[in-house]
Design a protein around this ligand. Structure first.
Ligand code: MLT
Length: 235
């Protein structure tokens, strides 16, 4: 099992593992942490959308709108992408139409894989058990910020590679770098990421609780999987 890392969605088309693979979309701050939290709170379905255009049409099919741009909830949406907000609500039976600045773009870009999953620290153990069981080549797709690299998603990729040691091996220098970065940060990823651009952006919006939450491991033992354009859980 080879494990490759795409450091941004823009680099994903240039990966070397191009068939028979699993892709894991990672946007730890906050899109994929929030997906894990929504499912942990009982959510039924999340439809990832790369644009806001037409999102409100989902209302007539029974969906609530969850949308964020630039780190802020979009006006008129029921939810943004705050994982702590999802966890403080009962989401049972809720279907979300979900669009975020970077994370939902990654999820959709990864839809070409045999299996497309959502990853974060929140579901690290559950995700890695799933990947071990599948035992397929795996691409870890970091969302970054508007096709720029970010440290925090790369750390999640490094943590996944570490967990898969003995089953899988890092493939390519982005994966080697993710592993090395994780070794430097793993004692306190939250502290390590205090320098990160998106941490500063979110702190300026008062999203401190979400940042703390996003760096905690295994708070949401769920594995959201994309099928026919919808994220659901294997229940
Ligand atoms: C994204 O999709 O870029 C993020 O979820 C942004 C955010 O943290 O609000």
């Amino acid at each position: 099992m080879k494990i490759e890392v795409s450091l941004t969605p823009a680099l994903y088309p240039f990966r070397t593992l191009t068939s028979g693979h699993v892709t894991v979309a990672i946007d730890v701050l906050r899109a994929t942490s929030a997906v894990c939290a929504a499912f942990q709170a009982g959510c039924d379905t999340v439809v990832p959308l790369d644009t806001l255009e037409g999102i409100s049409r989902y209302r007539s099919h029974g969906y609530l709108i969850a949308a964020e741009r630039g780190g802020k909830k979009v006006d008129g949406a029921e939810y943004g992408n705050s994982p702590t907000e999802y966890l403080s609500n009962d989401m049972h039976g809720v279907k979300l139409a979900y669009s975020t600045t970077n994370g939902t773009i990654s999820i959709l870009r990864g839809a070409d894989a045999d299996i497309t999953l959502v990853g974060a620290f929140a579901n690290l153990s559950a995700l890695c058990e799933y990947l071990k069981h599948e035992n397929k080549d795996t691409v870890l797709l970091c969302s970054g910020w508007q096709n720029d690299f970010c440290i925090e998603d790369t750390l999640v990729a490094g943590a996944i590679i570490e967990r898969l040691q003995g089953v899988g091996e890092a493939h390519g220098d982005a994966a080697n770098m993710a592993q090395a970065l994780w070794q430097m940060a793993k004692d306190s990823p939250y502290d390590y990421c205090q320098c990160c651009t998106h941490v500063h952006r979110l702190e300026s919006f008062g999203a401190h609780a979400d940042i703390e939450f996003a760096f905690k491991q295994d708070t949401c033992p769920v594995v959201p999987i994309l099928r026919n354009g919808e994220l659901t859980l294997d229940r």
